[in-house]
Write a protein that binds this ligand. Structure first.
Ligand code: ARG
Length: 577
């Protein structure tokens, strides 16, 4: 495997070295970490460095003076064709044509398309999806599943060891309500036919009764206490609820091509909760407040974190503490990521703060996302206002099948179905992943499936279109060997395309580092658009021999990059659409 840096990093290293040459013995320069970013406007070059402004103070020199000294050294560098100073002291780079062409050959041969394995030797525990048992997975859960899974794929691709854990809500207060409801009005026929739907109905109705009827709530509490005390009958029922739910969740995960390394759920930590209290006690962190046990976080302006309720029950935060102790011991992760919706921000702030007080120094991040809105509704199981994920996926595949049937009527039916699955499921995932996770997403079919917009079908189509050009080429020129042609980027559009391919690793890293898969989506959309312009304006099959092969090799790399990038978002790229 090749060890490659991103172009940004390679240029930053060159600037760093140039600074040291230009200012020998200068301590601030030695300790400085130069940085280079891509230019916002291609007319200014490919990359730029803004460091001279920052160094002006410490070096007591005008930024332009520094830039002049540095560029004097940088011009010798093979990577760049030109280095220019702009404005008060920006340095703009244009990459050397031959360097870029050679770079594409490296990218093509590298298993990770030039992505540096920055995660090597590091472990990330990724806590995502984590639906609640006996409630159906509704559309609100799709974001955690889809975003979490993309982060999983992106991190593995950068060399991290990822431990993906589905932290199911399989324990806790809802089971009191479900058990009581189950005893009074569960419909056994419906339970067999559609278990999770029936369990949800039972839960919703039981929840509503508990709002109107104090004694119903008491009965539910009693069932819960019995369950927690290990009552055989309640445990047996609970287990069956868990199994029914898991069966249903797994149907969805299979359809979404989502897999976990662990599915431990909250119940796994049940017998470790008392220990959490002991640990907190021994560190002098426990206080009593109105009969409950709490950790006081007033100093951090986070109120109090309840770890044991007045009735003796443990809380969500207590389970998360037990879970983090266990994860740290078992996996020694560098980072733990929690992917949930924005409503849990306070919970994670409190829990992280308590964990730190207890001595956990692992980096923990709450990767939160905004809620997803369908035009007329938001989602809450309690209101019974659920659009089930399954129905959404069915509808997506149905719409995609219509699309494929009309665009490729000659395709065998089984292939049409497979393509419709890739396009339908891909559309749902992409509609979610192409947005900043922290924004509020309004889902519409028109946007998700637009053939001419920023959507999965658009990208899948761009990919399939290249594959079909490559097939035509193979038909017309059976003797042709594009792999033996050199990458050549004489046309400006060609160079732009080549440069974008070479930037793929930068998109991977930024998406992984910021926990925002939408950076990968933006990258892919941009690449596909550039390709589309290229496709319309540059002849390939009719180009002269040699040039033609070069172009085939280039567009094949575009297709491979699109496919790899979509794969990192968990989206398939079929060869035909
Ligand atoms: N089951 C929770 C819910 O659906 C999400 C769990 C997130 N993970 C965690 N470690 N707290 O709201």
């Amino acid at each position: 495997m090749l060890k490659m840096n991103t172009i940004e990093q390679e240029l930053a290293d060159a600037v760093q070295a140039a600074l040291c040459t230009a200012f020998p013995g200068e301590e601030t320069v030695g300790a400085f970490a130069a940085s280079v970013v891509k230019t916002a406007d291609a007319r200014h070059g490919d990359y730029q460095c803004n460091d001279c402004m920052q160094l002006a103070k410490t070096l007591r020199l005008a930024p332009r003076m520094i830039a002049e000294k540095v560029t004097g050294v940088l011009r010798e560098n093979q990577v760049v064709e030109s280095v220019e100073i702009a404005g008060p002291g920006f340095i703009n780079f244009r990459l050397s044509q031959t360097w870029l062409e050679d770079r594409l050959a490296l990218v093509e041969s590298d298993a990770f398309r030039g992505t540096p394995q920055v995660g090597e030797g590091q472990t990330v525990v990724l806590d995502y999806s984590s639906p609640n048992v006996a409630k159906p997975m509704h559309i609100g859960h799709i974001r955690s599943t889809v975003i979490g899974n993309a982060l999983d794929r992106l991190h593995r691709y950068c060399g991290f060891r990822v431990v993906a854990d589905n932290h199911l809500g399989d324990w806790g207060t809802q089971f009191g309500l479900i058990l009581t409801g189950y005893r009074h009005f569960a419909d056994q026929e419906a339970l067999k036919a559609s278990p999770v739907q029936e369990l949800e109905r039972v839960y919703v109705e039981s929840y509503q009764r508990s709002k109107e009827d104090e004694s119903w709530l008491d009965a539910a509490r009693e069932e819960l206490v019995k369950l927690q005390a290990g009552d055989e009958e309640n445990l047996r029922l609970w287990k069956s609820f868990v199994e029914m739910s898991m069966g249903e969740f797994h149907k969805i995960y299979d359809r979404l091509d989502v897999r976990f390394d662990l599915e431990r759920g909250e119940s796994f930590y049940n017998d470790k909760l008392a220990e959490v209290l002991e640990t907190l006690q021994s560190k002098g962190l426990l206080e009593e407040s109105e009969g409950a046990q709490v950790v006081n976080l007033e100093e951090e302006k986070l109120g109090v974190c309840i770890v044991r309720k007045r009735d003796g029950g443990y809380n969500y935060a207590t389970t998360d503490l037990a879970t983090v102790f266990s994860r740290v011991e078992e996996f020694s992760p560098e980072t733990i990521l929690y992917v949930t919706d924005e409503r849990q921000q306070r919970h994670f702030q409190q829990f992280f703060s308590v964990a730190k007080k207890v001595g956990i120094d692992t980096r923990m991040e709450h990767v939160w996302f905004g809620l997803m809105r369908l035009p007329e509704a938001t989602f809450s199981t309690r209101q019974g206002n659920v659009i089930k994920l399954e129905a959404l996926l069915d509808e997506a595949e149905r719409r995609a099948l219509e699309m494929v049937e009309s665009s490729s009527p000659e395709m065998p039916e089984a292939t049409q179905r497979a393509v419709a699955k890739a396009v339908g499921i891909g559309s749902i995932k992409y509609a979610d992943l192409s947005q900043n996770p922290q924004s509020l997403v309004t889902f519409t079919w028109e946007k998700a499936m637009a053939l001419d917009g920023n959507s999965a079908p658009y990208l899948q189509y761009a990919h399939a279109r290249i594959r079909s050009v490559l097939d035509k080429y193979a038909d017309q020129f059976p003797e042709g060997k594009p792999e033996e042609a050199d990458f050549a980027l004489p046309e400006p559009l060609e160079r732009e395309l080549g440069l974008k391919i070479a930037r793929f690793p930068e998109a991977v890293l930024v998406a992984a580092r910021t926990y925002r898969p939408n950076f990968m989506a933006d990258y892919l959309f941009d690449l596909a658009q550039t390709y589309s312009t290229y496709h319309q304006s540059i002849p390939f099959l009719r180009a002269e021999p040699g040039v033609r092969e070069s172009r085939m090799r280039l567009i094949r790399l575009v297709a491979d990059t699109l496919k790899t990038g979509l794969g990192l978002l968990g989206i398939e790229a079929p060869d035909r659409i």
